[in-house]
Write a protein that binds this ligand. Structure first.
Ligand code: 5AD
Ligand code: SF4
Length: 559
C-alpha cells in the first residue's frame, strides 16, 4: 500500500492514524507508488493548486489501471467529501472515496474493495472501466453530517480513530518520532465565505481533555518531547464536563460552543469547564516529559488573556502564534465573514506581545500569519491596507495565497472572482517582497544571541547533497520525507499545500564527518548548524549561538 498526503498538518495526522490502523490490520506499506497494489491519496481542496496536484496524480494512474485492473485507488479527505460521487464519474480510476469525517470507515471499505478486486480479477464483476460494479464504496458526511447533533445519540466513531492511535517507541537514533501532532478539535464553525473547511470537515467538535492528555502521555512514554496541538481554530477549544455524554464507556467529543470569542477571559470557566488555557496548563503539568508544547492554527478573536498568561507562566509552552489575518481591509474582512476588524486584530497582537515578547530573557514571541490576495472586489486601497498591516505586524513569516474560488462556498456562489489574474499576481509579489524584508529584519535580531533549538533532522540541503551523492553511485534515494513538524521544506503555502509521501524513508543520521542539521527555536525560527555526525542530536534540544541570518533561516554554532 502507498499513501500520499496533500495539504495541512491535520491531513498529515489523519494519514498517520489511518496508516497505524491499517498496519494493525496487517497491511504493509511501500515508499514507491509503482510497487503498491493499493494507492491512497489523502487530499486537500482548500485551494485550487492543492486540488490540481491530486487530479494529475489520479490521471497518471489511468494507464496503469488498464494494465492492472486489480489496482485499488482510494481518494480520502476534503476533495472526496466535496465532490462526492461526481469525482468517481470524472475519474473512473477511483475505486473508493472517504471524507475526512468518515476515516474510521476506511478499513471496512478497503477490505470490501480488495475483496471485490478478487472477484473482478476472476472476471465477474467489472464494468467497462474495469471498475468493480459494487456501488457504495464511499463514506462521506454529506447532509447527514456529524454536524446534525446526532453526537448525543450515537457514539462518535471518528473519535475511536484518534483513540486507537498506534504509538511506537522512538528507536535509538530514530529521527522522526520525537515530535508529534495531537488533535484537540475537529471541524470548524466559522464559515469564512471563501473556505471549504466547514463543509468538508464538518462542524466543530472538541475532544474530551482526558483523551487528549492520555494521548500526550502515551506519546511521551514512547519518547516524544515536542507536541503540536491541532485544530482549525485551536484556541476555541472548550469542554463542558457537566454536559459530557458517555457511550459504551467512552466520553464523546462535544459540539463547539454556540457563543464566539471576543472575550478576554472565558466567563464560564470553572470546575466544570476545561478551557484551552486549562488544557495547556494540564498537559504542561501532567506530562512533564513534553519539553515543547505548541498549537496551530489560532483564530484572532478567541485569544483570552488567560491563554496568554498560561503561555507566559509555563516555560515549556512555546512562544509562537500562527494567527491568520487574511486581509488588512475592514471592508474585505467583513465580506470574508472573519468577525473582527483590523483594529481588533492589531490590538490582539499588541496584547500578545505585551504578555509574551521577552527577548531580554531569551524568549521573544514570534507570530506568523496568512493572507488572501485578490479576494473579490479588492481595490488598490484594500491592498494597501493589507501591506500596512504586514508592515505593522512584524510576522516572522506569512503564508500568502492568491484567492481561489472554491465550489460550495458562499463567495463562490455569491461574489464573482473579479480581480484579474495579473493584478493578483502583482499584488502577491509585492506582498511577498514586503514580508521578505520584514522576515529579514526579524531574523537579523537574533544574530549574536543564544537560543535553545529542537533538532529536527538533517537540513534539506544536506539531504539533497546526500541524495545526489548516492544517485551518483547508481542508487536512487528519496528526499521527500521530512521530520514531523519540520517547516523547512514547505513550499511557501504553510498550512496549505506542501505535498509529501507519508511513508517514505526519512534520511537517517549520517555515518561520518560533519553534517548540516536543521532545528527550530521555540518561536519556530528555523536554525541550521554544522555538527559532527552521529552526535545523537536529532530529537534533542540544544543551545546554539546565532551567527548569521536570512529571511528564511538562521545559521548558528552549537555551544
Ligand atoms: N483561496 C485562497 N486561500 C485560501 N485559504 C483558505 N481558503 C482559500 C481560498 N479559497 C487560505 C487561508 C487559510 C489558509 C489555510 O488557506 O489563508 O488561512
Ligand atoms: Fe476556514 Fe479557518 Fe475560516 Fe474555519 S476559521 S472557515 S478553517 S478559514
Amino acid at each position: 500500500m502507498y499513501i500520499e498526503t496533500f495539504g495541512c498538518q491535520m491531513n498529515e495526522l489523519d494519514s498517520e492514524l489511518v496508516c497505524g490502523q491499517l498496519r494493525a490490520l496487517g497491511y504493509g506499506f511501500t515508499a514507491r507508488r509503482d510497487d503498491a497494489d493499493v494507492i491512497l491519496y489523502n487530499t486537500c481542496s482548500v485551494r485550487e493548486h492543492a486540488e490540481q496536484k491530486v487530479w494529475s496524480r489520479l490521471g497518471e494512474l489511468t494507464e496503469r489501471k488498464v494494465r492492472e485492473p486489480g489496482l485499488v485507488v482510494g481518494v480520502l479527505g476534503c476533495l472526496a467529501e466535496r465532490d462526492g460521487e461526481a469525482l468517481l464519474r470524472r475519474m473512473p480510476v477511483v475505486d473508493l472515496l472517504v471524507g475526512p469525517g468518515e476515516l474510521d470507515k476506511l478499513p471496512g471499505l478497503l477490505d470490501n474493495a480488495v475483496r471485490t478486486r478478487g472477484s473482478m480479477l476472476s472476471g465477474d464483476a467489472a464494468d467497462e472501466h474495469n471498475k468493480p460494479r459494487s456501488a457504495g464504496l464511499s463514506a462521506l458526511q454529506g447532509n447527514t453530517s456529524r454536524r446534525s447533533g446526532t453526537l448525543a445519540a450515537a457514539a462518535d466513531t471518528l473519535e475511536m480513530l484518534d483513540l486507537s492511535r498506534a504509538v511506537s517507541p522512538v528507536e535509538d537514533g530514530g529521527p522522526v518520532s520525537r515530535s508529534a501532532y495531537v488533535r484537540i478539535t475537529r471541524g470548524c464553525n466559522k464559515f469564512c465565505t471563501y473556505c471549504v473547511v466547514p463543509f468538508t470537515r464538518g462542524a466543530e467538535v472538541h475532544r474530551p481533555p482526558e483523551h487528549i492528555i492520555d494521548e500526550c502521555k502515551r506519546l511521551a512514554q514512547a519518547g516524544v518531547i515536542e507536541i503540536t496541538l491541532l485544530g482549525q481554530t485551536v484556541n476555541h477549544y472548550r469542554f463542558e464536563h457537566g454536559a459530557a455524554v458517555t457511550i459504551g464507556g467512552v466520553v464523546q467529543p462535544q459540539k463547539g460552543r454556540s457563543y464566539t470569542g471576543g472575550h478576554r477571559r472565558d466567563p464560564f470557566a470553572g470546575a466544570n469547564v476545561t478551557t484551552f488555557a486549562d488544557l495547556m496548563q494540564r498537559i504542561h503539568d501532567e506530562v512533564p516529559e513534553v519539553r515543547r508544547l505548541r498549537f496551530v492554527t489560532s483564530y484572532p478573536r478567541d485569544f483570552g488573556d488567560d491563554v496568554l498568561e498560561v503561555i507566559r507562566d509555563h516555560p515549556r509552552l512555546c512562544r509562537y502564534l500562527h494567527v491568520p489575518a487574511q486581509s488588512g481591509s475592514n471592508r474585505l474582512l467583513g465580506m470574508m465573514n472573519r468577525g473582527y476588524t483590523v483594529e481588533e486584530y492589531t490590538e490582539f497582537l499588541d496584547r500578545a506581545r505585551a504578555f509574551l515578547d521577552q527577548p531580554e530573557i531569551g524568549r521573544p514571541l514570534e507570530v506568523s500569519g496568512d493572507f488572501i490576495i485578490g479576494f473579490p472586489t479588492e481595490t488598490e486601497e484594500d491592498f494597501e491596507a493589507t501591506m500596512a498591516l504586514v508592515r505593522k505586524a512584524r510576522y516572522k513569516n506569512a503564508f500568502i495565497f492568491k484567492y481561489s474560488p472554491r465550489p460550495g462556498t458562499v463567495a463562490y456562489d455569491k461574489i464573482p472572482d473579479d480581480v484579474p489574474e495579473e493584478v493578483k499576481r502583482r499584488r502577491n509579489s509585492a506582498l511577498l517582497a514586503l514580508q521578505q524584508a520584514v522576515s529579514e529584519e526579524v531574523a537579523a535580531g537574533y544574530v549574536g544571541r543564544e537560543v535553545d533549538v529542537f533538532v529536527t533532522g538533517l537540513s534539506i540541503k544536506e539531504r539533497k547533497r546526500r541524495a545526489r551523492a548516492v544517485a551518483a553511485g547508481g542508487v536512487s534515494l528519496t528526499v521527500k520525507g521530512r521530520s514531523v513538524g519540520e517547516p523547512e521544506e514547505d513550499d511557501g503555502c504553510g498550512s496549505g499545500c506542501s505535498t509529501q509521501a507519508t511513508h517514505v524513508e526519512t534520511a537517517q543520521e549520517p555515518s561520518s564527518g560533519i553534517a548540516q542539521y536543521s532545528a527550530r527555536t521555540d518561536g519556530d525560527m528555523i536554525v541550521v548548524f554544522d555538527a559532527p555526525e552521529h552526535a545523537g542530536l536529532v530529537g534533542s534540544i540544544r543551545r546554539v549561538r546565532i551567527e548569521e541570518s536570512s529571511a528564511f533561516s538562521l545559521r548558528g554554532k552549537l555551544v
